[in-house]
Design a protein around this ligand. Sequence first.
Ligand code: C2O
Ligand code: CU
Length: 487
Amino acid sequence: ALALVLVFAGAVTWLWTTADVHTAGRVDFDEKLAVPPLAESRVDDRGRRVFDLSMRTGSKEFRPGRSTPTWGFNGDHLGPTLRAKRGERVLVNVRNELPEASTVHWHGMRLPARMDGGPHQMVPPRGRWSPAWEVDQPAATLWYHPHPHGATAKHVRRGLAGMFILDDERSADLKLPDDYGVDDIPVIVQDVRFDGDRFDDGQPLMSNSGSLGDRTMVNGTLAPYHEVRDEAVRLRLVNASSARVYSFGFADGRDFSLVGTDGGLLERPVGLSRLEMSPGERAEIVLRMRPGGRTVLRSFPHDGGDAWQDRFNGNDDSFDVLQLRAAGTLRDSPALPGELVRPGLPDGGDAVRTRDFGLRTSGINGREMAMDRIDFAVTRGTTEIWKVTNEDGVPHNFHVHDVRFRVLSVDGREPPPELRGPKDTVHMPGGRSVRLAVAFDGPADPDTPYMYHCHLLRHEDRGMMGQFVVVEKGGRPGTVDAPDPHG
Ligand code: C2O
Ligand code: CU
């Protein structure tokens, strides 16, 4: 009965809003793609790689002659790409030069909860915060962004987001394209809408998912092209949008090879023609170009059973995202290896328990996020099965801090290839139910929680989030305070 009601509501709203759905999206690619610089670093006397990141206000001309107020890390908009190797110890000196408190969260990083940069690690205006940890996880494309409770959407949309690339020995041997900015390209995708000279944060009528833009930008470039000089090119895709789900493919219908997902490389490359990515998810893809060839990375209207929900939520547009232009002669690139890595994901065979998570826009398991409530504790060194269900038919996704999980099943079936690799965020369209194997092999801290939440930023801000702590065997959760929201 619920399904019927949802379908009916969807159909009515679809008719109502179709007039408003713009399939614009065709773009003249006349701007060279900006590539975020690699962050400078130094090694301190304790052997740690040290980065400096300051959050500041700025402005940027996205469109000629019109400057838009922005926020950025070490610059006007977005941030530099941090890069470190497995086994390295890193220290990041964060400074907050914004007029309000914020945090910096390392999305996808396994690290002590106090270093996580979630809503409990607020940095007040003019404050500093210097998290340090050892990188102890496989090569992956991670990202960083603020996580102040209730204001994440605002801070990310103004431009606070950057990439964090991890390397390891295996990834260095694989001969994947790895010349940063040349054949290994960061592709941070965000949708945006301008209201005069400002970013528009307004909500389209009837959208349940949060604010959606009417065009996309990559690395802050609105109509980007990238000149390719090598036969093979790797794109490191990050969906850093507030709410938009993309269905990526190429305008000429070509296949591409998926080599990595959120938490690192796959066992072997998988050929795909479409790749769905919800906010927070990452993917590494490799495609081959012919001399002089051009192609366009496009987000297509969603198809399949969830399409009506996308229309319902105004989330069904097509966007031309990035044009790739190959030079007249290209440098040879080696063929992709048949085998990549052993991802080392938990299979759930030794799970100590199962937990259920019911997702609704109003909260998870019927509860809104509370900063001073620990929702549950897990034991360090154990694996659990988490069964996550979308219960209200509104688009959601599900992200867990500190872990790389395996998707065991989607609606009771084998996951598709793009969900078989290491994940930390999974798309949860209406009615979907997934089972995840989640291993807690990072450090314990009974007093400092990690978050799990919907990564549609408005949902997260409004309380679709919960907190768990990792404790030693037999340990009990401590207590957390609600920190001063102003830091
Ligand atoms: Cu990318 Cu808890 O976030
Ligand atoms: Cu949600």
